[in-house]
Design a protein around this ligand. Structure first.
Ligand code: F6P
Length: 321
């Protein structure tokens, strides 16, 4: 019988509950057990584990958030905490670990488990899609879908009351992958991300032209754009039009789990379980060329390339697209 520990570390994302449910179904059907840490690595260090309640997590599998509480406290920064982690895993007879986390977790915790030869399935989990080595993180697709619902709502008023300027802020941390994907797929008039500079006069002119042509203008900005406060002041002044601002905030992280995230979570659960059953060392579960792979080279040491410049140019109608 195999005993798996699940740990959620860092920001939650839609799809975590689906994966916990799928994996636990597979394991329980084979007589294996699954326990969860009740608060990231802080909880692991203090031995706070609980068996996964399958009927409960199945009821949550279509919604965002996480059945297992997470933590952002970097408790493993100290050498003695890392030694304690190794000991705790041993004392609790943990055979393998399913580890949910973003770039930081994959960069610092995954190598430890691989080095200690504890089989691991590290799940790149973040709505930001900013993990190097994978095309798609768990939660990204759902967070895009959440934004489209809001955009549809804004467009209803935009068409009903012509002549207005709208600005929608997405989450995304200090990266623009999420905002750019949304802006491109929603066909908005402009997108602003921290990786690429923009000129305020250019933006004002672009939004003004959009109002003349389309009767409204909608731009998407990600929260990491430092000049947002200036923008909220300058755009109304330069365009002589009031700017209506909407912020998705944390609601974007907690929406319904999309079809693609449910499917990805299901495939990840199968790959993780099969890897453990086959006695393999595991690694990070990465999507490459649309295929899910388990990778144990330390890909996460690399930084992810900036968001696709050609998409950015396409949305903003810049000369080089
Ligand atoms: O997990 C990524 C993310 O949702 C970012 O998009 C956002 O900036 C950040 O987490 C918010 O973090 P917290 O919930 O700790 O405020």
């Amino acid at each position: 019988m195999m005993k798996t520990l699940m740990v959620v570390s860092g920001g939650d994302a839609p799809g975590i509950n689906t994966l916990i449910a799928r994996y636990t179904m597979l394991a329980q059907a084979q007589g294996d057990s699954v326990v969860g840490a009740m608060g990231g690595f802080e909880a692991v260090l203090s031995g706070q584990f609980r068996p996964i309640d399958l009927s409960m997590v199945r009821r949550m599998e279509g919604i965002g958030g996480s059945y297992l509480p997470s933590s952002r406290v970097p408790v493993l920064a100290e050498e003695n905490a890392r030694a304690q982690l190794r000991q705790t895993l041993q004392d609790n007879e943990i055979d393998n670990v399913v580890l949910f986390g973003g770039d930081g977790t994959l960069r610092y915790v995954l190598p430890l488990l691989l080095e200690w030869q504890i089989p691991v399935a590290a799940i790149p989990t973040t709505i930001d899609n900013d993990v190097a080595g994978t095309e798609r993180t768990l939660g990204f697709d759902s967070a895009c879908n959440f934004a489209y619902q809001t955009i549809e709502g804004i467009l209803a008023t935009a068409h009903a009351l012509p002549g207005r300027l709208f600005l929608l802020e997405t989450l995304g941390g200090d990266t623009g992958y999420l905002a750019l994907e949304i802006a491109y797929a929603a066909g908005v008039h402009a997108v602003l991300v921290p990786e690429y500079d923009f000129d305020m006069n250019w933006l004002a002119d672009r939004l003004k032209q959009a109002v003349i042509r389309d009767s409204f203008a909608l731009a998407v900005v990600t929260e990491g754009v430092k000049t947002l406060p200036n923008l909220l002041e300058d755009i109304p002044r330069l365009t002589d039009t009031r700017l209506r601002f909407s912020r998705l905030g944390h609601a974007q992280r907690g929406g319904q789990v999309s079809h693609l995230d449910r499917k990805l979570a299901t495939e990840m659960a199968h790959l993780a379980y099969e890897t453990f059953k086959a006695g393999q060392p595991g690694g990070a579960l990465m999507v490459r060329q649309n295929q899910l792979l388990i990778v144990n080279e330390l890909v996460t040491v690399a930084h992810k390339a900036p968001p696709d410049k050609s998409l950015y140019s396409h949305v903003n109608d810049l000369i080089d697209h």
